[in-house]
Every structure is written in structure tokens, then in C-alpha cells.
Design a protein around this ligand. Structure first.
Ligand code: ADP
Ligand code: MG
Length: 483
């Protein structure tokens, strides 16, 4: 497709994001939500939809969603109700899901995203509470689909955006922002690959300048941030191609196939009336009091933007560095924990922004899986700050620390990297180097001052990297200035 045709169109995107909440028990039953239990061990008659059981609302579900609402500038409904969303599916033994319909507890909020340096506000239509269904497992038995109901009744929130998103990249940024917020609030671990954060994307295109929206499709099954971006990109192209060849976009639900990198038909779009929503008769309305709201507000942690600004002010950090460090709440926590052990904001942030991030990236791990503890890392920075090791030794010791549970000090000794600042030790080496390189000495004295690096290098080599380079520099330039 030529880009000029593409330029005549604009994409319109709205996201529906489900976040699995980190409550200890299920939404309406006193049953553990812990991940990884043997199939069908975390269930009760309620999760199985036995007749005569009565749901009891988990108060933390309400507290968590209100936190999310406050963090996204939503209005909080003082009274909202649950609704039954009826549909039949093998992993939903009740035959309905408890959700919210026309009275979501949070509504009319927004978040800010930055794409290519430009700030934009994305509206949030609503955030409501619901419960998860169980899990159908298709790949463990050659003939049958197996059902695990441990997940049935695990609390979810659904965050529905306004159709304010205009590109795949903006959708990606929006999603990253949602992940950041739920992690800061500690209400969801934000892991898309493991399904604790799930995203459906509604996509349509329209000719530029056209007022009304085009027909949309809904994309499902995108289990990573990159896949969301790729799927939307693909779908925008597909729809433009259709319109350009005189065809119509059909409203339907599509599955993203990450291997083939294409979307395919899953089902025609269901309508709200297909679900026969009606008010849940077994749960009283959720009433949010002033007291509760105040209490939750006080409980809100420092949010990303505030933390970023604090890093800039308190640690004298650049905007970019503060942005990188606060993007992931756990990385920001790690940074400040290291500072508790070694109060050296600049060298600590330098080390994290270079070596540590490189390690995380190379190993595709998060800071929680990082093998060096805050205390050990602080020890390494301290050693360098006390001038006991030079910067190349620091890198060597860092690499060793990734493999061995030892302190930087222990490793520095073991690896013979403790820096020598002792002139009695260094002087003979400096003398030797100068004596053996009369030509270089002459050229240096004739004005080729850059050769100082050569002499330092020689001394470093002969001291097996242990010499304090600043000291060596001084000694050499003193020596060569004489005579
Ligand atoms: P449904 O109940 O079918 O899921 P909603 O009206 O609740 O539909 O909208 C779901 C999502 O689709 C919202 O995020 C909304 O912003 C988005 N959306 C609605 N219309 C369009 C459109 N024409 N193009 C793209 N997204 C849309
Ligand atoms: Mg929907």
C-alpha cells in the first residue's frame, strides 16, 4: 500500500483492558486466588455455581478499583450495582458472569500518554468490577479439553477507553501506562504474558476530515505489548485495503495470530442484548461513603509523575534518567533501596542505567529477578567511590557478582583488583615505562600531549589494571614536564 493512500485515512481505536487483581481471595467467595495451584483445588460450591450458594463481596475488590479510579481521575459512583452477564461456556459453570453494566463504579476519567515527545490525554469511559471465568486447556490431552476452575471468580477490573487513540503506537503507550499505574498501586502485577493484564482492541478507520466513525472490529488474543501494537497495525492496513478496493469492513471479533502475523475471524460481533444483562439479585448495591473514599485516598502511593519529579529535584537527575528509572515501579524501588545502603545518588543511578539495565535486557528479566541484591550493589558503588577500585575493575567485579553470591570487596581482593594508589609501588613502573619509550617521550615533549594516554595504558597494563589511573596520569605528566 502506498503511503499516500494511507495518509488519506485516520485510525480510531478504543481499548478494553482487563486487569486481574492481587486480592488474596476471590471476588465473591473466601477461596484463595494464589497462582499455580494444582487444577481445581481452589474452588468452592460458589465457584462451581451450585444452587443455593450466596456470593459475598470481597471489600478489597472495591478498594482496589477505587484506587484505580482515583489514579485515573475518574468520578467514583457513590452507589453502583452488579449485573449478571449471561452466556454459556464450559469454563463458566454458573452460566453467567457477575459484572457491572449501566452503573460502573468508576467513570469519566483520563490518563496522559507521551508519544514522540507529544503529550496526549486519553479518556477513560468506565472502569467496572467483574469476575474471571475458569480456564479451558486444549493442549494437555489429545482428545479432550480440560477445565481448570481455579481462576473462576478471581476479581478483575475492566478499563474501557474512549475511542481517543489514533495509532498503534499510541495504543502501546496507553497500555504501558495502564501497566505502570496498576503496578504503582500494587493492585495487579501487570504481566501480559501470563494473562494478568489482557487487552482487546477496537479498531476502525475513517477518511481524514470525516466526522463519523467507521465500522469497527474487535481484536483479541494479543498476549504481549508488541503483539497489541502489531495486531493493530495489521488491522488498520487491512481495513484501508478493504475500503480502497470498494469493499466494506464487517463488524466482527478477530483473533490475532502471532505466528502468521495476521488477524482472522473468530465470531461475528455479539451485542449487549445477547447477554441478557439484569441486576444481580444476590449482592446488595455497593455504597461508597465519604469515609471510605478519604481512607483510600490517604492510602494511595506516590504515583509515577510525582515520583519522577521528586527524582529530578532530590537526586539532581535529568528528565530522561528520571523517566527511565520511574517507568517501572520496582526499578525505582530498587534504586532507592540501593541508596539506603550507599547514599550516592549519581553513581548509583549511573550504574543502574547502564550495566543493570543492560543485564536485564540481555537476560530478558525484570528487576525482581536481578541476581545482585541492593546491598551488594551498594557495596560495589561504595568501593569505587572510596577509590579502592578503578572503573574498569568495577565492571569486572560487577560481572563476577552476577555469577557469585559474594560482596564486591571480597571479589576485588580475590580478583586482585584493589586499586593501588601507593606511589612507592607505582613509581618504579612509571620509570620503567618512560625509560623504555624514548621516542614517545620526545614526541610528547614536542607537543603530542595525546600520548599521555599511551603511557597511562602501559602503566595500567604492567600493574595488571590495579593502578589508580588518575594518579598515574599525574605522575607521568609531572615526570615528563621535568628536565
Ligand atoms: P462493546 O460493548 O461492544 O464492547 P463499547 O461501546 O463498550 O462496545 O465500546 C468498546 C470499546 O470500543 C471502547 O473502548 C470504545 O472506545 C471503542 N469504540 C467504540 N466505537 C468505536 C469505533 N467506531 N472505532 C474504534 N473503537 C470504537
Ligand atoms: Mg467489549
Amino acid at each position: 500500500m502506498s503511503s499516500s493512500v494511507h495518509d488519506n485515512y485516520e485510525a480510531v481505536i478504543g481499548l478494553e483492558v482487563h486487569a486481574q487483581l492481587l486480592t488474596e481471595s476471590k471476588a465473591f467467595a473466601p477461596v484463595s486466588t494464589e497462582f499455580g495451584g494444582s487444577p481445581n483445588t481452589q474452588i468452592s460450591p460458589l465457584c462451581l455455581g451450585h444452587p443455593g450458594t450466596l456470593p459475598v463481596l470481597n471489600e478489597n475488590l472495591v478498594r482496589y478499583i477505587i484506587k484505580m479510579g482515583l489514579a485515573t481521575s475518574c468520578d467514583i459512583a457513590r452507589k453502583s450495582i452488579f449485573a449478571r452477564k449471561n452466556y454459556f461456556y464450559p469454563d463458566l459453570p454458573k452460566g453467567y458472569q457477575i459484572s457491572q453494566y449501566d452503573t460502573p463504579i468508576c467513570h469519566d476519567g483520563h490518563i496522559h500518554i507521551t508519544t514522540d515527545g507529544i503529550d496526549k490525554k486519553i479518556g477513560i469511559t468506565r472502569i467496572h468490577m467483574e469476575e474471571d471465568a475458569g480456564k479451558s486447556i486444549h493442549d494437555q490431552d489429545p482428545f479432550n479439553t480440560l477445565i481448570d476452575l481455579n481462576r473462576a471468580g478471581v476479581p478483575l477490573i475492566e478499563i474501557v477507553s474512549e475511542p481517543d487513540i489514533r495509532s498503534a503506537k499510541e495504543a502501546y503507550e496507553y497500555l504501558k501506562r495502564i501497566k505502570q499505574i496498576v503496578q504503582y498501586l500494587e493492585i495487579c502485577d501487570g504481566n501480559m504474558e501470563e494473562g494478568s493484564l489482557r487487552c482487546d482492541a477496537n479498531v476502525s478507520v475513517r477518511r481524514k476530515g470525516q466526522e463519523e466513525f467507521g465500522t469497527r472490529t474487535e481484536l483479541k488474543n494479543m498476549n504481549s505489548f508488541r503483539n497489541v501494537e502489531r495486531a493493530i497495525e495489521f488491522e488498520i492496513e487491512r481495513q484501508i485495503d478493504l475500503l480502497e478496493s470498494g469493499e466494506k469492513v464487517v463488524q466482527q471479533t478477530l483473533l490475532w495470530d502471532a505466528d502468521k502475523m495476521e488477524t482472522r475471524m473468530m465470531r461475528s460481533k455479539e451485542e449487549a442484548h445477547d447477554y441478557r444483562y439484569f441486576p444481580e439479585p444476590d449482592i446488595p448495591p455497593v455504597v461508597v461513603t465519604d469515609e471510605m473514599l478519604e481512607d483510600i485516598k490517604e492510602d494511595l502511593p506516590e504515583m509515577p509523575d510525582v515520583r519522577k519529579q521528586r527524582f529530578i529535584d532530590e537526586y539532581d537527575m535529568s528528565d530522561d534518567d528520571a523517566q527511565t528509572l520511574t517507568e517501572d515501579r520496582y526499578l525505582a524501588d530498587f534504586y532507592e533501596d540501593v541508596l539506603h545502603h550507599a547514599d550516592n545518588p549519581k553513581p548509583v543511578s549511573n550504574l543502574i542505567l547502564t550495566e543493570v539495565l543492560r543485564t536485564l535486557n540481555d537476560r530478558s528479566i525484570g528487576i525482581k529477578e536481578f541476581p545482585i541484591s541492593e546491598e551488594r550493589l551498594a557495596g560495589l558503588v561504595q568501593l569505587r567511590e572510596d577509590d579502592k577500585i578503578n572503573s574498569s575493575a568495577m565492571t569486572e567485579i560487577y560481572n563476577a557478582m552476577l555469577e557469585e553470591e559474594k560482596t564486591a570487596e571480597e571479589l576485588a581482593k580475590e580478583m586482585n583488583l584493589v586499586q593501588v594508589s601507593d606511589t612507592d609501588f607505582l613509581e618504579p613502573i612509571v620509570d620503567e615505562v618512560i625509560e623504555e619509550h624514548p621516542d614517545e617521550v620526545e614526541r610528547y615533549r614536542d607537543g603530542k600531549k595525546g600520548l599521555i594516554g599511551f603511557f597511562i595504558g602501559q602503566v595500567m597494563q604492567r600493574s595488571q589494571g590495579k593502578a589508580n589511573p588518575e594518579m598515574v596520569r599525574e605522575m607521568i605528566s609531572d615526570r615528563l614536564a621535568q628536565e
